[in-house]
Ligand binder design. Structure first.
Ligand SMILES: Nc1ncnc2c1ncn2[C@@H]1O[C@H](COP(=O)(O)OP(=O)(O)OP(=O)(O)O)[C@@H](O)[C@H]1O
Ligand SMILES: [Mg+2]
Length: 240
């Protein structure tokens, strides 16, 4: 089944259109990069897909359902951390939050087991009992990714998962995202994401321009960075 189907979507907060006539289809298991300028509407689009905002016009379906009915199989990594660093909450508690459902107040043994498993996978289990404020930016980002993945979603939406992370941390996070089998929609200002194995690139600046992921065939053993990427893509400018 198709993971995302967006048809003739228009959105405005007040008077001005923020998104105009967006049409996007994402197949199950695809890796989609969303790029575009500040204020272009990327976060707004993710929040519409999550059902936090309602389209002014048009329709969004996530695995065939309206976003609000699909929340149990969506994971989300927000652009800005929503928790205050002052509160003495541990890494384990934050990851567990991803298992909370509406009307549920206790965590089961299975919830705890799943939280430990995902922390092990992301190599943050050693920090389990640390306060979130006592982690580095990259470690904190992995905690947020763990929280988004702990409910075993079919689709994960990530808003700038590598911002404020050093190059080694960025590589680790992108390697992780690339290796995942679930559907991934990742907003990034870092054009290095385009060097990854993305299926689609969506450029959002009020309207959307969709490119197939370039099959770059990058030699693994050779240096290849953004400079070469730009050279490589010059012939295929999208004209925006
Ligand atoms: N709650 C809001 N009320 C009114 N306008 C808003 C609101 N949130 C965002 N906007 C406006 O909507 C437009 C799109 O914002 P959005 O946050 O989606 O952009 P973005 O592409 O995620 O930008 P960035 O790259 O800076 O994160 C901007 O002009 C912004 O000022
Ligand atoms: Mg944003």
């Amino acid at each position: 089944m198709r993971a995302v189907e967006i048809k003739n979507l228009y959105f405005k907060y007040q008077n001005e259109w923020v998104l105009e006539n967006i049409n996007l289809e994402v197949e199950d298991g695809e890796f989609v990069a969303i790029v575009g300028p500040n204020g272009g509407g990327k976060t707004t689009l993710l929040r519409l897909m999550l059902g936090f905002l309602k389209p002014t016009e048009g329709e969004i379906k996530i695995y065939g359902k309206p976003p609000k009915e699909a929340s149990s199989f969506m994971g989300y990594v927000p652009q800005y951390t929503s928790f205050s660093l002052d509160i003495p909450i541990t890494v384990f508690d934050i990851v567990l939050q991803g298992r909370l459902e509406r009307g549920k107040f206790f965590y089961s043994k299975k919830d705890k087991k799943k939280a430990l498993e995902i922390m092990e996978k992301l190599k943050i289990k050693d920090f389990k009992d640390r306060k979130i404020k006592d982690l580095s930016g990259g470690q904190r980002q992995k905690v947020l990714i763990a929280r988004a993945l702990v409910s075993e979603p079919k689709i994960v939406l990530m808003d700038e998962p590598t911002s404020a992370i050093d190059p080694k941390g960025q590589k680790e996070i992108l390697d992780l995202i690339e290796s995942m089998q679930i559907t991934r929609v990742v907003v990034s200002h870092d054009i290095k994401i385009l060097l990854r194995n993305v299926d689609k690139i969506v450029y959002i600046h009020k309207k959307a321009v969709i490119h197939e992921g370039p099959k770059l065939n990058i030699p693994k053993d050779k240096h290849f960075c953004e400079v070469e990427l730009i050279e490589f893509l010059k012939a295929d400018e999208c004209g925006i």
